[in-house]
Design a protein around this ligand. Structure first.
Ligand code: BJW
Ligand code: ZN
Length: 290
């Protein structure tokens, strides 16, 4: 049984990493990028996630990110799901000891910008009694958000970056008069540059604090160090098509580590994986880590 073999491998693992993608948050109602659910205004999300798209039409790109921010701010649509909670629990040394008694470290490297993994950690931390020892607490620094955070607003000129949860970010992005927001594309508005979000430090044009194609992901040197020392890599809900995240699992394997893929559908990572769990990650992770 794959599950028994993975549990055996986990028992001898010393440094565990999880590489996550949009499928991790699918059960929280957040659309993925490449399986048809990720479309908005008949445009592929990935065509808007580029510096070129922003330079050509910052108004359109800001409306796209505003839409996604609003959907995620809405509590009903964006709560961490069981998969986020299981991964958060794995960062608690006492819990981890049961499944991976030899593991010295556990880290999540997520491509998601939705903050749900951090919120799952915060929710777990809030349930721990104040006098609990560190071994019973979630490790709050165990998450690396390599593609940034959707609520961060970053200056295009001075690099000032700040988390801003306000809705709308500026009056021009108030599209509350559009009743069916999924329809917003048909009512696209051309917002003049000066009315788009501006940097609060220098007033230059601001942009979403996420990583677009051609840009360098955040915390890459720390991430590379984790990948280098990992001997167990769980690949959760990613199509494994975007570099450099798509390369991490094979790097772990090249150094003798094991790779387990959790995905609803076949992905390019399956071929070389040691273990493949086909199904929703919120269910499959629950089978491995009950
Ligand atoms: C479930 C499930 C459930 C569903 N349970 N599973 C040519 C030109 C320019 C660049 C390049 C080029 N060729 C290569 C590149 C590099 C480029 C790249 O890889 N491009 C490829 C597409 C070809 N990469 C970059 O540019 C990166 N930077 C870079 O390489 O810098 C150079 C450098 C590298 C190293 C060192 C120094 C410098 C940056 C990439 C940035 C990606 N940005 C985005 C947008 C973020 C902001 C936003 O959210 O808008 O990140 S694009 C998008 O793709 C997003 C995602 O994080 C990323 C990955 O997608 P993900 O998460 O895998 O989602 P999907 O939809 O693809 O897959 C979901 C999966 O879930 C599916 O498999 C489902 O089956 C599954 N699923 N429900 C389990 N319930
Ligand atoms: Zn600035």
């Amino acid at each position: 049984m794959t599950i028994t073999r993975l549990r055996d491998a986990l028992r001898v693992s010393k440094n565990i990493i999880v590489i996550a993608g949009a499928g991790l948050s699918a059960a929280s109602g957040i659309p993925t990028f490449r399986d048809g659910g990720g479309l908005w205004r008949s445009l592929d999300a990935t065509t808007l996630a580029t510096p070129t798209a922003f330079a050509a039409n910052p108004s359109l790109v800001w409306q796209f990110y505003h839409y996604r921010r609003v959907k995620q701010v809405s509590a009903l649509e964006s709560k961490p799901n069981l998969a986020h909670h299981i991964i958060a629990k794995l960062s608690v040394p006492e819990f981890r000891r049961e499944v991976a008694p030899n593991a010295k470290s556990f880290h999540l490297i997520t491509q998601n910008v939705d903050r749900l993994s951090v919120r799952a950690l915060q929710s777990l931390e809030s349930q721990v009694p104040a006098n609990a020892p560190p071994s019973a607490r979630p490790q709050m620094d165990s998450v690396f958000e390599m593609h940034g955070r959707i609520f961060d607003v970053k200056c295009t000129s001075c690099d000032y970056c700040v988390e801003d949860l306000s809705n709308p970010l500026c009056p021009a992005l108030d599209v509350s008069h559009i009743k069916d927001y999924n329809d917003a594309g048909t009512k696209q508005i051309d917002i003049p540059l000066k009315e788009l979000p501006r940097c609060s430090a220098c007033h230059a044009l601001a942009r979403p604090g996420v990583v677009w194609f051609g840009e360098t992901p955040y915390q890459l040197s720390e991430i590379n160090r984790l990948v280098f020392k990992a001997d167990m890599c769980l690949v959760v809900g990613t199509s494994s098509t975007v570099r450099p995240a798509s390369l991490f699992a094979s790097r772990v394997q090249k150094r003798g580590g094991k790779v387990a893929v959790f995905n609803l559908a076949p992905s390019v990572a399956d071929e070389s994986a040691d273990f493949v769990f086909r199904g929703p990650c919120e269910t499959e992770l629950g089978r491995v880590f009950p």
